[in-house]
Ligand binder design. Structure first.
Ligand code: GSH
Length: 269
């Protein structure tokens, strides 16, 4: 198994030197799609390949455990010069790692001119970038997964039809007590953030697409596909999500994976 400790420093390849080989361990209908998008953004500096895994009863197959003990997707493995292989899990960690070495253009400038290294000297773009890098999985996905679980309890395939009158009441109560407000709080926040994007930009972090937008693409595109938020109530968020769905490199990632896996692409959790 590859080493799974904190990533070590890897020098970016000099011109003419062999490119690092990165394998994306891609599980069908998973968050791994956004990492494929990112790899395509880095493709001049790396060689990449995709290992496709099919779910077994919704879960990852045991073969993914041989790559990383958590058996989660995305995981990437990187063959670094010297014969070492790194295995990196967690979308945010993978994203920060790839951006640092291969796609620095996807991170905004960290400090205002003349304020380098100063507490509070960070640009508005960078502060948002760092926030969304963590918020996507830490907060937004958490609440979306909870909503998905409650929907499944209400009327998913594991809930017998005979039990549904009861599970519907339970799900309705969870929504009334907590979920409706929590989802609204997140979507209203994102709507406002987009309206006040730095420089009047159309992305969450400003005028240019960053890796934080790529991190946010999975929760938002899959939430839109399941009608979790209303485009009438949150028109700016809906327009932003649609914009992400039409980003050329995202569309390219769908063609690449459909060809590689033979599955029709589905944006779902
Ligand atoms: N926070 C992690 C979540 C990883 C995760 O839970 N991935 C799901 C796919 S979307 C998975 O591997 N599920 C299969 C399983 O749990 O067996 C990340 O962003 O990488």
């Amino acid at each position: 198994m590859a080493e799974t400790t904190a990533p070590v420093e890897v020098a970016a390849p000099a011109a003419g030197v062999e490119k690092p080989k990165i394998i994306l361990h891609w599980l069908e209908t998973s968050r791994a799609q956004r990492i494929l998008w990112l790899l395509l953004e880095c493709k001049d500096k790396i060689d990449y390949d995709i290992e496709v895994y099919k779910r077994i009863n919704m879960l990852a197959p045991p073969s993914l455990k041989a790559v990383h003990p958590l058996a989660k997707s995305p995981t990437i493995t990187i063959d670094v010069p010297g014969g070492k292989r790194l295995a990196i899990a967690e979308s945010g960690t993978i994203t920060e790692y790839l951006v640092k070495y291969f796609a620095p253009h996807l991170e905004p400038k960290q400090y205002e001119e003349g304020k380098e290294g100063q507490l509070g000297g960070e640009t508005a773009e960078w502060l948002r970038y760092r926030f969304y890098m963590h918020y996507a999985e830490g907060s937004l996905m958490t609440i979306l997964i909870l909503a998905l679980v409650i929907e499944n309890i209400r009327s998913g395939p594991a809930t017998p039809v005979i039990a549904r009158p009861i599970t519907r009441i339970i799900a309705g109560k969870v929504y009334a007590m907590f979920l409706t407000k929590a989802l609204d709080d997140h979507f209203s926040y994102l709507e406002e953030q987009l309206k006040t994007s730095p420089g009047g930009g159309k992305y969450l972090t400003g005028v240019s697409l960053t890796a934080a937008d790529i991190m946010m693409s999975f929760p938002l595109i899959s939430a839109k596909a399941r009608n979790v938020f209303s485009s009438t109530k949150y028109p700016t968020l809906a327009a932003y999500t649609e914009r992400l769905e039409h980003e050329p490199v995202y569309l390219q990632s769908i063609s690449v994976i459909e060809e590689k896996s033979g599955y029709a692409f589905q944006a779902s959790m």
